[in-house]
Design a protein around this ligand. Structure first.
Ligand SMILES: [Cu+2]
Length: 150
């Protein structure tokens, strides 16, 4: 009879412990803050945007080789005042010296290297990221990306 009482106590204790663990788990998962996917790489509220340098190349029916270098993606979107690190990885093309129209930002993206460009615009508008080597069709471009700020 005494043995049965101990068993009952053990069962009750088991249920209490189980309930506590379950409650703690539910509380923990409910409390976990949602992390927006777009801010997954942020540190100190600076958002990272990644670009690469790409190249389209083909032969026309007459056998002429034509090509165009590109920033990819070629359109990015920023909020006014938002702090962003534009990180460009050089894949195609040895070097891409660039500037951003309407700013004093300039630099060079080199093959196999990442170039980090801190951005923060206080005026809305579209700012063009232009490669000096490939600015238009006649220079194997247009290698122009559009930074849209609103
Ligand atoms: Cu270029």
């Amino acid at each position: 009879m005494e043995l049965l009482i101990i068993r009952k106590r053990s069962i009750i204790l088991f249920f209490i412990i189980s309930l506590t663990v379950l409650s703690a788990s539910v509380w923990f998962f409910m409390k976990s803050p949602d992390v927006p996917a777009i801010n997954a790489n942020t540190t100190n509220n600076v958002r990272d945007i990644h670009l690469v340098t790409g190249e389209f190349k083909t032969k026309t029916s007459s056998g002429k080789v034509i090509e165009a270098y590109r920033w990819d993606p070629a359109s990015i979107f920023l909020e006014k005042e938002e702090r962003v690190n534009l990180i460009i990885y050089g894949v195609n093309g040895a070097e891409h010296p660039f500037y951003i129209e309407g700013t004093d930002i300039k630099g060079t993206v080199k093959k196999g290297e990442e170039t980090v460009i801190p951005l923060q615009f206080d005026k809305e508008g579209t700012y063009r990221l232009i490669c000096l080597t490939h600015p238009d069709k006649n220079h194997n471009g247009p290698m122009i990306a559009y930074i849209n700020v609103d």
